[in-house]
Design a binder for this molecule. Structure first.
Ligand code: 13P
Ligand code: ZN
Length: 270
């Protein structure tokens, strides 16, 4: 067997968690990340018949039975993943209609997956219905998006329109917009269900006064989505208290959508 620490998926996961930490999105144990893997990409690195532990998930996710995920551990610091991936990450196979996670590698100190596993797995299931290529769910606490949820209307359409107006490329990067959930108790099945429901119509879901979830086909794309929304929120927080002399108009956004061949979320531009 080859050393799993050299597996491209593991190297990229480690780089991404380090990068998220460096962006200031993941203080202490803040944030969590899950990456769906295929048997083919793991077979050189792991004996998939060797189950180290079985961990109950506490919820059903029948659509994910037999799927594999590399997931950050609960209580683990993103800044430390690069120094000890086996302690801070775990590779699980979902079985038993989603009720059990079989640990195949990682959580080496006896730990377990993130407390936000319900939001991650339910979001994976929701996004897979929209895009069978979806592989990543990313959660973090970027300061400007969070700040914006204290001073901006939390209606998803209004929130999206403001972000779209803050940088020319926003509507091109996330034409599906951003859905916003009001404050809810985190780490619960309820917030998982609510997040997954919002993931049906957008790849970005803001948790008011907490953070953001992003979903995408790979780690880079998902990172870039959150990076772009956070940049837009940063600009909003720089200008919100100043007189606005100029903006990006609806007509200009329509031109962008046409030129870059994207379809803005129905009803959000009008
Ligand atoms: P975990 O340490 O359980 O991943 O929780 C961090 C977090 O951001 C909760 O929303
Ligand atoms: Zn969080």
């Amino acid at each position: 067997m080859k050393d799993i620490l050299n597996a491209p998926f593991l190297v990229e996961m480690v780089r991404t968690t380090a990068n998220m930490y460096q962006h200031g999105w993941d203080e202490r144990n803040g944030g969590n990340l899950s990456l769906r893997l295929s048997e083919a990409e793991m077979s050189e690195y792991l004996d998939l018949k060797q189950v180290l532990r079985e961990i109950p998930t506490g919820f059903d996710a029948p659509a994910l039975d037999g799927m594999y995920f590399l997931v950050t551990g609960t209580g683990k610091y993103f800044k430390n993943v690069q120094y000890d991936p086996a302690r801070n990450l775990g590779l699980i196979r979902i079985t038993d209609s989603g009720r059990t996670a079989q640990l195949l590698w990682g959580y080496s100190d006896g730990g377990k997956f993130t407390s936000e596993l319900p939001a991650h797995l339910m979001s994976h299931a929701a996004r897979l219905q929209v895009n069978p290529e979806n592989k990543v769910v990313m959660h973090c606490h970027p300061a400007n998006l969070l700040a914006m949820t204290y001073v901006h209307n939390l209606d998803s359409r209004a929130f999206t329109r403001t972000l779209w107006q803050m940088c020319t490329e926003c509507i091109v990067v996330f034409p599906d917009g951003v859905n916003v959930l009001p404050w809810m108790l985190c780490g619960t099945n309820e917030i998982g269900v609510a997040t997954a429901e919002q993931m049906g119509t957008a790849r970005l879901v803001v948790w008011a006064q907490h953070g953001i979830y992003g979903a995408g086909a790979d780690l880079d794309e998902t990172f870039g989505l959150i990076e772009t929304a956070e940049k837009a929120a940063e600009i909003y927080m720089k200008i919100a208290h100043l007189p606005r002399l100029n903006t990006i108009t609806g007509n200009q956004m329509r031109q962008l959508a046409e030129h870059f061949h994207v379809v803005p979320r129905e009803g959000f531009l009008v």
